[in-house]
Design a binder for this molecule. Structure first.
Ligand code: AMP
Length: 216
């Protein structure tokens, strides 16, 4: 049976970094809704243009288009064994839609690691974050610097600062998380799938915490 893991937590807590490590380790697909929107933006699709108007303000893209995008992604062959969902769901409507979709595909949300860190840490991480143009690998100027400044260690592409990692937008993104996404903590806790993880530790320690939480 396929395994589906939802990573829950505020922007900047390290979901993307951990999702990549875990997906590789567990041989599951990595589905990042933010990366999918950014790919659409780069490809100048209609969806990309629509998403950009929300992303630039730190707001959520409407549920219907987001759900349709994820549904399409989940039907691709690399999701046969399951997936790590990073950034989706972000609203109760999205979580309900995911539950229905997975039921249809013969699966369910197996575990929901919920990663936390104080707001001060999130702001510091987002404002020091650098993202690779080619594949979205992430770095931090203090906590996880690239070997060569402005160049991705993995694929050699240029690193840039995301528009929505600028300080005005960061504050709004955290607010939107608290209003619209934080209710999912109770949602998944009531289903018995939530496991809490301290996201203030370094990358290796957080990965270890994830692995032991997922083995339980
Ligand atoms: P992220 O890369 O996860 O920080 O997402 C960047 C931006 O993409 C968010 O601030 C939203 O504007 C949009 N986005 C990503 N995932 C979702 C989602 N599940 N629902 C709505 N908007 C999303």
């Amino acid at each position: 049976m396929a395994t589906f893991i939802v990573l829950l937590g505020p922007p900047g807590v390290g979901k993307g970094t951990q999702a990549r490590i875990l997906a590789e380790h567990l041989k599951l697909a990595h589905i990042s809704s933010g990366d999918l929107f950014r790919e659409n933006l780069k490809g100048q699709t209609e969806l990309g243009r629509l998403a950009q108007t929300y992303m630039n303000k730190g707001e959520l893209v409407p549920d219907d288009v987001t759900i349709a995008m994820i549904r399409e992604r989940l039907t691709r062959p690399d999701c046969k064994a399951g997936a790590i969902l990073d950034g989706f769901p972000r609203t109760t409507a999205q979580a309900d839609a995911l539950e229905k979709m997975l039921k249809e595909f013969g699966g369910k949300v197996d575990k929901v690691p919920y990663v936390t860190a104080p707001e001060k840490v999130l702001v510091e991480r987002l404002s020091g974050r650098w993202t690779c143009r080619a594949q979205g690998h992430v770095y931090h100027d203090k906590n996880n610097p690239p070997k060569q400044a402005m160049v991705c260690d993995i694929d050699g592409s240029e690193l840039y600062q995301r528009d929505d990692d600028k300080s005005e937008t960061v504050v709004r993104r955290i607010q939107v998380y608290l209003e619209q996404t934080a209710p999912l903590i109770a949602y998944y806790r009531s289903r018995g799938t939530l496991v809490e993880i301290d996201g203030t530790q370094n990358i290796e320690k957080v990965t270890k915490a994830f692995m032991s939480a997922l083995e339980k």
